[in-house]
Ligand binder design. Structure first.
Ligand SMILES: [Zn+2]
Length: 437
């Protein structure tokens, strides 16, 4: 059934291939074909490819992988890629983790990517941050990143702003602003245009760059790759819960690299996972005792091209899974690896906590926001997700837990003099992935 034979020829081939199968008839085989067609598991090999010739070639290796991992029915082999081409993503942080993730998303053909970062490129960044060159030293990271990303794939609309997220309000404003719809001239000369089919509609919601409307459009995903301020993950959790916006984050703590997948209304939120992690580790701290005493951290953030690359790769995978639905992942978990224990995968999953101050049923804004978010994100309100028991291996020494928003950050004093801001440690990262820079 690859488009080269009529149904009758397919039936003959099946019967010839299984001569010993008792009771197999023409009718059985025809019915099986009909069932497969009805269920959406048969692609039309003759269907027009719904992208330009140039995109068809560019994504010719990625689309087969998406088809491989996509276990659901689909209208065309390009379904998942079309969802990606229509996606609008907000990326916070373009350092090690964020730079690698941005590179993967842009190369893969995300529709629009808006990058936010406050820093300038420093020499110590160049051991792991892939978007920068020596010639970029002293330039704002966002400026250099945009040049690199646009040169990589000029079919993707990449925008950015040099800005620091100083509090949840900043993050909420960025999310609320939506993807800028600013027409952008190509950063690099395009190669001669491949013949474009006359009826090559862009996927849903994605006009060609020259047709971008004046208004911004809401994001489909927040990709968090910033490690400061210390509470930025908590802010992201609260802001995304309020907005019903799925988000992903990733980072590393030494050789441990993890990424988290969070969808409001579906499974545990970031704070649910954090609470479960604190309980699981059972540090037996005395009341008021700081966790730092039990788990000191380095005053800088050790990182290499390998840890940043893996972290960014996992982050991009998490983002692509949520944007395309391939592979279909049940959100509300962290996953990763420990390079010192390469055979032991890392997985953190726990049920949503009804008493969670961020997503729980008892919080002031309670079930309504959660229900709306669940509805938006494809899950019925209150639907229990599959929650296997926490499975943990290969964990490094425990570290400190998070703190409520607004609490001072004493560990900042431990930073070595002259350490660039983007290199700061995030010692209180509960999820044991302490940096993204
Ligand atoms: Zn929660």
């Amino acid at each position: 059934m690859d488009g080269t034979r009529e149904p009758a020829a397919v039936v003959d081939a099946v019967l010839r291939a299984h001569p010993g199968l008792p009771g197999l008839t023409d009718e059985d085989t025809r019915q099986a074909m009909a069932d497969l067609l009805d269920a959406g598991f048969v692609e039309d090999a003759g269907a027009p490819v719904p992208v330009s010739g140039r995109e068809r070639v560019r994504y010719s290796r990625g689309v087969p992988l998406l088809r491989w991992m996509d276990l659901g029915p689909r209208a065309t082999p390009w379904d998942a890629q079309l969802r990606l081409l229509s996606a609008r993503v907000l990326l916070i942080g373009v350092g090690g983790t964020g730079g690698h993730a941005a590179q993967s998303l842009v190369a893969s053909g995300v529709g629009r990517l808006h990058c936010v970062d406050p820093d300038v490129v420093e020499l110590s960044n160049l051991n792991r941050q892939p978007l920068f060159r020596e010639s970029d030293l002293g330039r704002p990271k966002v400026e250099a990143a945009l040049g690199t990303l646009r040169a990589l794939n000029s079919d993707v609309t990449v925008t950015g702003e040099r800005r620091e997220v100083r509090g949840p309000e900043d993050l909420a404003e960025l999310v609320r602003s939506g993807a800028p719809a600013v027409p952008r001239p190509p950063a690099v000369p395009r190669p001669p245009a491949a013949p474009r089919p006359p009826a090559a509609p862009r996927p849903l919601g994605v006009p060609a760059t020259s047709e971008l409307p004046g208004a911004s459009e809401p994001y489909d995903l927040l990709v968090l790759a910033a490690d400061r301020p210390d509470d930025i993950r908590r802010w992201a959790n609260r802001v995304c819960l309020a907005a019903g916006l799925p988000w992903v984050d990733a980072g590393y703590r030494g050789p441990l690299v993890t990424a988290g997948i969070h969808v409001p209304g579906r499974g545990a939120c970031w704070e649910c996972l954090r609470a479960a992690e604190v309980a699981r580790r059972d540090l037996r701290l005395a009341p008021g005792q700081d966790e730092e005493a039990a788990s000191p951290h380095l005053p800088w953030n050790p990182a290499s091209a390998v840890t940043a690359g893996l972290s960014g790769g996992l982050l991009a995978h998490a983002a692509l899974a949520l944007l395309t639905g391939v592979p279909a992942l049940d959100p509300g978990f962290r996953f990763g690896m420990n390079l010192m224990l390469p055979g032991d995968p890392v997985l953190e999953r726990s049920p949503r906590r009804p008493d969670c101050p961020a997503c729980g049923d008892d919080r002031p804004t309670g079930g309504r926001a959660g229900s709306q978010a669940a509805e938006r994100n494809g899950g019925p309100p209150g639907e229990p997700t599959r929650e296997p028991p926490p499975e943990r291996t290969g964990e490094p020494p425990a570290e400190r837990t998070g703190k409520p928003p607004g609490e001072p950050s004493p560990e900042r004093t431990g930073e070595p003099p002259g350490e660039p801001a983007g290199e700061r440690a995030e010692g209180r990262s509960w999820n044991r992935a302490g940096g993204q820079g």
